[in-house]
Design a protein around this ligand. Structure first.
Ligand code: NAI
Length: 332
């Protein structure tokens, strides 16, 4: 039997936490033969529900689950973890300014950067889910300089999956036959879901989505808005933000990163820009990536038209502004 992998989940007593732990423990993230030990972190006010999550995990008797550490101590939580899924954060409460939410979260991510840097396993791979996801990841990267920057990513896979789902629905095909959409940029309403390179597998081979969807106006308008606003639509309907789809997307993100993307398929991940596609280096930006043997690579050489260029730059501009705001919060 393989050695267990230690997986940290911060904000584990929250909405997404409750949805993701059974997925991980059932092997949906690391594969059906990979045992794991879960490290669950939350804050003091949530400690009783955190304990309940631990109890329910025990009661589920998951064969792959070799241990559960439920704690409010960040050092204990980070000790020797191989994977860190960061969902802990301060939610935006009605009436709160964007700047106030940013302040609360960048302070948390700066502190957790130090804890991970000091106590996590050297090869620890980090996925930031908590919003503002890209900027939290940027702060974590900048305040944990000894963690290789390629090990720090943020979640845009939910947006990617939403884009696949919208296209499958439009074309009345199974979602599994659609691939290679791209979500560029920030996990915010400036994200740009790009269908220029997306394909659908048909009996006569792969076809471009833009050849099959004849209404290009739909691809440039309704489709984009639908994907950008999907989170808000779920929130309105459920009166709570997306949880099971977010949990599932986080599992997809880690699984593909660890076990590789299927041949001929790319996925969207928020990663540190190396300047590809003219995106300023250092920003954490969502790109199309291919993963192999535990590493990701940005897909190169895709043709970018003027419409895409503008949208990609808009989202980069927003991220640069968020970065400035984050630093002004930290320095205040
Ligand atoms: P939630 O509010 O239900 O759970 C957050 C948990 O984090 C709470 O249990 C809270 O006590 C805990 N927490 C707060 N500060 C903490 C700290 N310093 N250390 C550890 N834990 C801490 O929120 P939910 O619905 O589970 O969402 C989690 C985050 O994920 C939110 O920031 C949300 O905006 C974000 N999100 C991101 C998505 C994405 O696609 N990137 C999609 C959906 C949500």
């Amino acid at each position: 039997e393989k050695d267990p992998i230690r997986v940290l989940i911060t904000g584990a007593a929250g909405n997404i936490g409750y949805a993701i732990v059974p997925m991980i423990a059932r092997g949906m993230m690391l594969g059906p033969d990979q045992p794991m030990i879960l490290h669950l972190l939350d804050i003091e006010p949530a400690s009783s529900s955190l304990e309940a999550v631990k109890m329910e995990l025990q009661d589920s008797a998951f064969p792959l689950l070799k241990g559960v550490i439920a704690t409010t101590d960040v050092v204990e939580a980070c000790k020797d973890v191989n994977i860190a899924i960061m969902m802990g954060g301060f939610p935006r409460i009605a009436g709160m300014e964007r700047k106030d939410v940013m302040l609360k979260n960048v302070v948390i991510y700066k502190a957790q950067a130090s804890a991970l840097e000091r106590y996590a396993s050297e090869d620890c791979k980090v996925l930031i889910v908590a919003n503002p996801a890209n900027t939290n990841a940027l702060i974590l990267k900048e305040f944990a300089p000894s963690i290789p920057e390629e090990n720090i990513t943020c979640l845009t896979r939910l947006d990617h999956n939403r884009a696949l789902a919208q296209l499958a629905d439009k074309l009345s095909v199974p979602v599994s036959s659609v691939k290679n959409v791209i979500v560029w940029g920030n996990h915010s309403s400036t994200q740009y879901p790009d269908t220029n390179h997306a394909t659908v597998s048909t009996k006569s081979g792969d076809r471009l989505v833009k050849e099959l969807v004849t209404d290009h106006n739909w691809l440039k308008k309704e489709f984009i808005t639908e994907v950008q606003q999907r989170g808000a639509a779920v929130l309105r309907a459920r009166k709570q933000s997306s949880a099971l789809s977010a949990a599932s997307a986080a599992c997809d993100h880690i699984r593909d990163w660890f076990l590789g993307t299927p041949k001929g398929t790319w996925v969207s991940m928020g990663v540190c820009s190396d300047g590809s596609y003219g995106i300023p280096p250092g920003l954490v930006y969502s790109f199309p990536v291919i993963c192999e043997k535990g590493s990701w690579k940005i897909v190169q050489g895709l043709n970018i038209d003027a419409f895409s260029r503008e949208k990609m730059d808009d989202s980069a501009r927003e991220l640069a502004e968020e970065k400035d705001l984050a630093y002004s919060c930290l320095n205040a």
